[in-house]
Structures are given as structure tokens and as C-alpha cells.
Design a binder for this molecule. Structure first.
Ligand code: IZC
Ligand code: ZN
Length: 421
């Protein structure tokens, strides 16, 4: 295969290698390969070679019209992977900011019919085309900030028609712009107001009506549940997830975020791919996730934005052998941020994760959390040519600077899709 795009002279090319079978844990999570004066050769949409610039130049056969990018002064990473987002939704919730500043807790705003339920109203009122348009706009922002693959959950429809509309919008957003979306069905995001007095009937609706159609129409890879006090209990979550597993979907959970219900234990028992949030995870939950190989997806931007007084115990989880990934949790309420670069800073400063741990958590381990580890998440021969180039002298600089978009270019499927002058 001839080289169609060559990235050369990079200050550093930084990636994990050989971790496409199992997510990184423990000391392995803290290691990255750093190639000084690095290069990446790309043929069509695949990576052909990664190494030092002289090594790669020796190996390649240029295609006619081969594009070259001089990456001197840049750090090259794999395209970033955001494994937990709610990127397709109607409306926004800035009107709830004043309630929040008066100290009204997140779950109290939801109990009053606001929060998620306010986004449900806006999402139900939006046409599929409107959801697609706003989803495309958010994905363009994400791509410009270095994200090349992201999860996208439903969960603001909460009726069969509106959940299907959302997942169709996710599919169409994925087809309309370069960022790859991995769809997750989150019918169990909240109990809609028409089922307020009979939540178990809503659980039945999810299992008997929504799930079969979602699976039949091939609209989701994963099923997720918001297992939380006043939202869905452990027993209700178990019912939904067991039904989803039976239909062949991978499992995810919003677990142990605000009240310690034992979501992590349930995720381990059911063999979920990931359990997400985990601020109040128990020691037993940590142990069970480690032995079951459930990935912990930590969302420190949400902890920051909810002004919580403590973050998920990332260090304890790493020491116990849990594999960690990081995500933005982009959503209209608890985390209106879709920039993984900010998550790098918050994870280093408040989760006390090292820069190599954070890089692995937003690349290869994040790819594992989406079942895309064979395709993306590292710079290795044969993988998709998804790359980010940052204006930075070394990778630590990404954790040091904050609040600016340091992207200089993004390559998606072998094409330069973002170029900052
Ligand atoms: O819209 O508030 N936690 N789901 C669970 C969310 C936050 C999203 C939202
Ligand atoms: Zn979420």
C-alpha cells in the first residue's frame, strides 16, 4: 500500500502499543511509548507505519500526490475517544444555573420535574432533523478539539417514538460528519412524568416495547441505565440490563454517582463493559470490578460542574487493578462541556492521574469501553488513521496548559479534517 499522507518531524509521537486485546491496568496504565522526531505514514484510511522520521521514510512508497505535514513542534496522539456522552438532545438548561447556585441539588431539580425531564420536553418537541442539526454542530466542535470517536446515548425521549427518533438522529449525525458515533440506548435515564406514579410500568415499557424495536432496527450497540437514588433502583436496573444482554447488547451503567447503591457490584455481576461515574463506589465494588474486568469510566468534568466536594477514587481503583477510561459526559445539564482536553487537566489535578495514565484513559482504554479497541485508540499499523496534532513541545504540556484548544490538526480516516492556521 502506498502512502497517501505522511506526518513527519513530530516533536513527539505518543501512544500505547500492544494493548488492543486487553485494557491497560495498574502500572501498565501509566506507560506510553514516546517517539522523538516521530512520523506516521498513512495509506488511504489506515496507518501503515509509526516510528522515528528516518525509519518511516525508509519504509514508505509515496503515492502520487502524497500529502505531507511537517509536525515539528507538535505532539501527535491517537484521535481522542470520548466513551460517555449524551450528545443528541433538544434545548439547553442554562435557566437552571440560578437554582444550582442557590444550592438546589441536582436530584432535587430532577424531582421537581426539571433537569433531565426539562431536556426530555425539549427533545420530544424537536424534529429529528433539528436533533441531527444540533448533533452535527456539537460533533464538529468535538472534532475541532481532537475527539474522533465518541459514544452517543439516547435518553431524552423516554417514549418509544422519541427514543427511536433520538437513536435515528444519532445514526444520521454519525453519517453526516466524520466523527464516529457509537450508539447507546438509555431509555432508563429517568422516569417520564406520565409514569411518575407507576415507575415499574415504565420499566416494563422499556423491556417489552423499546428494547425489541431498538435491537430490531439495529440502532444501538450498548444499553445503559441511570442507577441512582430516586431514579432507577438496583433491581429495576438489573431487569433492564438482563433483558438487554439477552438481546445481545453490551452493557453500561451510570453507577454510584451520588448515592452508594451498589451499581458497581451489579455491573460486575452482569459482566458490563463499563460502569461510569463511581464517585461513591464501595471497596467491594472496586474489587468486583477489577476481577470482572469492568472498565471504570470516570467523568471528572461532571464532578467539577456539579460542585461536588470529592472526586471518584481513581487512585484507589488503579491500585486495585481496575482499568480506567475518562470521558466528558457531554450533556445539557450536569456537564455542558464536550472538550476532552479540559478532562485531561481535571483528571490530573483532581483525580491525581499522571499524564500517561490520562492519555491512555482517553485513547486505548476509552476505545475498549466502546468495543472499538481493534480499530482505534492507538497509533499502530493496520488501525484506522485517526490522529491528533497538538501545538505542544511535549505531552506533559497538555496537562499543564488549560482552557485553550491546543489542536493544530486532526486526521480522521486518513484525511485532514481540521487544520488550524
Ligand atoms: O441531562 O442531567 N446524570 N444524566 C445522568 C445526566 C446526568 C444528564 C442530564
Ligand atoms: Zn451520563
Amino acid at each position: 500500500m502506498k502512502t497517501t499522507l505522511l506526518i513527519k518531524n513530530a516533536g513527539q509521537v505518543v501512544t500505547s502499543r500492544g494493548a488492543s486485546d486487553k485494557p491497560l491496568t495498574g502500572a501498565g496504565l501509566g506507560k506510553v511509548t514516546v517517539i522523538e522526531n516521530g512520523a506516521v505514514a498513512i495509506g488511504s484510511d489506515k496507518i501503515l507505519a509509526v516510528g522515528s522520521t528516518p525509519e518511516v521514510l525508509k519504509k514508505i512508497t509515496p503515492a502520487r500526490g502524497m500529502q505531507e505535514v511537517d509536525a515539528a513542534g507538535k505532539v501527535v496522539l491517537p484521535g481522542l475517544v470520548d466513551p460517555h456522552t449524551h450528545v443528541v438532545f433538544g434545548g439547553s438548561r442554562e435557566h437552571e444555573l440560578s437554582l444550582k447556585l442557590q444550592g438546589v441539588p441536582y436530584l432535587e431539580i430532577l424531582a421537581r420535574g426539571g433537569g433531565i425531564l426539562s431536556s426530555v420536553e425539549a427533545t420530544r418537541a424537536a424534529s429529528k432533523e433539528e436533533l441531527v442539526q444540533s448533533g452535527i454542530e456539537y460533533c464538529r466542535q468535538m472534532l475541532a478539539q481532537g475527539t474522533t470517536t465518541a459514544e452517543a446515548k439516547s435518553g431524552y425521549g423516554l417514549s418509544t417514538a422519541a427514543e427511536l427518533k433520538t437513536l435515528e438522529a444519532v445514526r444520521d449525525v454519525g453519517r453526516s460528519q466524520p466523527l464516529d458515533l457509537v450508539p447507546t440506548f438509555l431509555g432508563a435515564h429517568a422516569v417520564p412524568k406520565e409514569y411518575k406514579e407507576e415507575p415499574d410500568r415504565y420499566v416494563d415499557l422499556i423491556i417489552e416495547e423499546m428494547l425489541p424495536q431498538v435491537v430490531e432496527q439495529n440502532l444501538a450497540c450498548f444499553c445503559d441505565v441511570f442507577c441512582e437514588e430516586g431514579v432507577f433502583s438496583v433491581e429495576q436496573s438489573r431487569k433492564v440490563l438482563e433483558a438487554a444482554r439477552e438481546k445481545g447488547l453490551g452493557l453500561k451503567m451510570h453507577a454510584d454517582e451520588i448515592a452508594p447503591l451498589g451499581g458497581a457490584e451489579l455491573a460486575a455481576e452482569l459482566g458490563a463493559v463499563s460502569a461510569d461515574h463511581l464517585l461513591v463506589i464501595s471497596d467491594q465494588g472496586i474489587e468486583k470490578m477489577a476481577s470482572a474486568g469492568v472498565i471504570g469510566v470516570i467523568l471528572p468534568g461532571t464532578t467539577f460542574y456539579l460542585c461536588e466536594d470529592h472526586y471518584a477514587p481513581a487512585r484507589r481503583m488503579i491500585e486495585a487493578g481496575v482499568s480506567l477510561a475518562l470521558a466528558t459526559d457531554f450533556n445539557p445539564g450536569s456537564s455542558p462541556n464536550n472538550n476532552l482536553q479540559l478532562i485531561i487537566n481535571i483528571a490530573c489535578l483532581y483525580l491525581r492521574m499522571t499524564p500517561p495514565e490520562v492519555i491512555n484513559a482517553i485513547t486505548i482504554n476509552a476505545a475498549h469501553a466502546l468495543g472499538r479497541e481493534k480499530e482505534v485508540g492507538s497509533l499502530e499499523e493496520g488501525k484506522k488513521a485517526d490522529l491528533t496534532l497538538f501545538d505542544a513541545p511535549n505531552y506533559e504540556y497538555l496537562a499543564y496548559r488549560y482552557g485553550s484548544n491546543l489542536i493544530s490538526s486532526v486526521v480522521k480516516n486518513g484525511e485532514l479534517v481540521v487544520e488550524v492556521e
